[in-house]
Design a protein around this ligand. Structure first.
Ligand SMILES: [Fe+2]
Length: 220
């Protein structure tokens, strides 16, 4: 072994690297617990009066309620900030204006689940959706098999690129305060859990993206 090899292999000479991943990005923001607590409080105080959102959603979940009306402007500004920053972090080249669309909260009980789905908007084909973990059971119950590869209650993203050297899917055990932002078109879902009476509460927000026009085209 040469001195150079020894320096690198054994003595920890630092070699920097950059990663360039092509394809869709999922960005996780870690939001403060005070923010989560404020949303939970608003939901607990108003959940009886909220409008069910089930007919707009894919979830096999009893309690799915629209929450646009109980979020304060300050809360909405935090979500807007995350959506705008997603575009920078994911190095999206096109210029978009962001428009907050619907927000809703899912309260998933034992045995319920959210099938793999994607999101759409009546206004645009481009947008960002999201999942913020607000409350969850400590334990998602007994895995039917292979405890070492858990899925109960986990959030699943499916990228559709099964190349041997690509990351084809992402399965996360979302913790309270974690806010996952991803494009409308990215397939995702949540696996059911069992063995607990505790609920898994998440907020999802849709954000429409409308392209900034460089020059105003004439309508024909
Ligand atoms: Fe979704």
């Amino acid at each position: 072994m040469t001195a150079l090899e020894r320096n690198i292999m054994e003595e920890g000479t630092k070699i920097d690297w950059d990663t360039f991943s092509l394809g869709t990005a999922v960005v996780k923001f870690n939001l403060p617990i005070e923010f989560v607590d404020a949303i939970n409080k608003a939901y607990d105080e108003n959940s009886k009066n909220l409008k069910p959102h089930n007919d707009q959603l894919a979830g096999k979940i009893t309690e799915e309620n629209a929450v646009d009306d109980i979020l304060t402007d300050e809360m909405k500004n935090v979500f807007s900030w995350c959506f705008q920053n997603y575009l920078n972090i994911a190095k999206v080249k096109s210029q978009y204006n962001t428009f907050l669309a619907q927000a809703w909260i899912n309260e998933m009980k034992s045995g319920e689940y959210n099938p793999i789905h994607y999101h759409t908007s009546p206004n645009t084909d481009v947008g960002l959706s999201s999942v913020l973990m607000l409350k969850r059971p400590d334990w998602y119950g007994v895995e039917a098999s292979r405890e070492e590869a858990p899925a109960n209650g986990w959030l699943q993203f499916t990228g559709g690129d099964q190349s041997p050297l690509s990351m084809s899917e992402l399965r996360v055990d979302a913790q309270v305060g974690e806010f996952y932002v991803f494009p409308y078109t990215l397939l995702h879902g949540v696996y059911p859990f069992n063995s607990t009476d505790e609920k898994r509460r998440t907020l999802s927000y849709n954000c429409d993206l409308i392209k900034k026009l460089k020059n105003n085209p004439k309508e024909i």
